[in-house]
Write a protein that binds this ligand. Structure first.
Ligand SMILES: C[C@@](CO)(OP(=O)(O)O)[C@H](O)COP(=O)(O)OP(=O)(O)OC[C@H]1O[C@@H](n2ccc(N)nc2=O)[C@H](O)[C@@H]1O
Ligand SMILES: Nc1ncnc2c1ncn2[C@@H]1O[C@H](COP(=O)(O)OP(=O)(O)O)[C@@H](O)[C@H]1O
Length: 279
């Protein structure tokens, strides 16, 4: 059996770090995850060899058992027939370490693909969370308000009549290091959530900020320059996605978005894409 899966990227619309979880030091946050129609493609050839292999067009990601695709395979394996195997190829379009959740989305796509082949129902949500804090979002995608460590999800309805311009600089940012650089202590008081009240007032871009910008922009001045360039080019809103390195601009018209692309080329790879609703 052959199959081709799309693993879509996300951006974070607002990202507030509220504090730390005492049990493991993970950061408590609130954000809106928005899925985009920009994706990796995962091609699989399922066989009865009991063996899984992985290859990719990108050689700068691990292709061994530490790849999130093989981690997802290993997580769901106890629920699969023992002789099931697959040759997997991932055509990476989403750069790693870009704040677009590419690896997490790949992992969720694998869990969803193998679920119907399981001999009994796997606990998909907990398997997803064991692979990464962002992975549960990608099981359903669309637009979701997230709390906890990013795993407490609630679908939300926000306007989707916009085009995003993603500017992906030629460097990655380590998520773990970015969290460390925030220097939030385990004993700091946990802040209250704000996003639900923003949404009750009616969605407006001006409400949203990404707390990582405080540490990422000083460390990577190019990120600040991209944000300014997007706003100057007419973006309604611009922000860092996740812990970076991608900066996105929101444009109310496709034409306006297209006309800014040539002005931003010097900063890195540019992709224009649309938000995806729940499917
Ligand atoms: C910052 C965000 C915002 O959406 O996205 P990215 O920029 O990575 O896309 C996420 O919180 C990233 O989630 P994800 O990339 O799945 O993180 P994980 O693999 O679970 O964790 C990587 C490391 O980040 C730290 N971490 C992660 C999530 C969290 N809520 N608190 C943390 O402190 C931990 O130190 C962990 O070892
Ligand atoms: N399938 C995968 N795709 C991308 N990166 C992966 C994958 N598996 C493991 N990784 C590792 O995970 C890290 C984070 O990648 P990714 O999830 O794409 O970025 P981010 O956390 O910034 O959204 C990368 O540094 C990469 O080495």
């Amino acid at each position: 059996m052959k199959a081709s899966l799309k693993a879509y990227a996300k951006i974070n619309i607002g990202l507030r770090i509220l504090g730390r979880r005492p049990s493991d030091g993970y950061h408590l946050l609130e954000t809106i995850f928005q899925e985009l129609d920009f994706a990796d493609e995962i091609r699989l050839e399922v066989n009865r060899s009991g063996h899984f292999s992985l290859d990719s067009n990108r050689k700068d990601i691990p292709l061994d058992e530490s790849n999130l695709i093989l981690k997802a395979v290993n997580a769901i394996k106890p629920w699969l027939p023992e002789d099931l195997g697959a040759n997997i190829f991932v055509d990476k379009q989403i750069p790693p370490g870009a704040g677009l959740g590419g690896g997490s989305s790949d992992a969720a796509a694998i869990l969803k693909f193998f679920r119907p082949l399981c001999h009994h129902e796997p606990p998909l949500k907990s398997l997803a969370l064991s692979l990464g804090a962002d992975v549960p979002f990608f099981l359903a995608g669309g637009s979701a308000y997230a709390k906890g460590i990013g795993d407490e999800l609630e679908p939300v309805s926000i306007p989707l009549d916009w085009t995003a311009v993603l500017v992906m600089p030629p460097f990655s940012v380590s998520t773990q290091q970015a969290y460390r650089d925030l220097r939030i202590s385990l004993t700091d008081t946990v802040k209250k959530t704000n996003i639900p009240s923003f949404l009750r007032q009616g969605f407006a871009w001006r409400f949203f900020e990404n707390d990582f910008e405080r540490v990422i922009i000083p460390a990577y001045p190019q990120i600040g320059a991209i944000k300014s360039a997007l706003l100057e080019a007419g973006a309604t809103f611009s922000a860092l996605s996740g812990s970076g390195s991608t900066v996105y601009g929101i444009f109310c018209s496709d034409d306006k978005a297209r006309s800014c692309v040539s002005k931003l080329q010097e900063y890195g790879r540019i992709v224009m894409c649309q938000p995806r609703g729940l499917t």
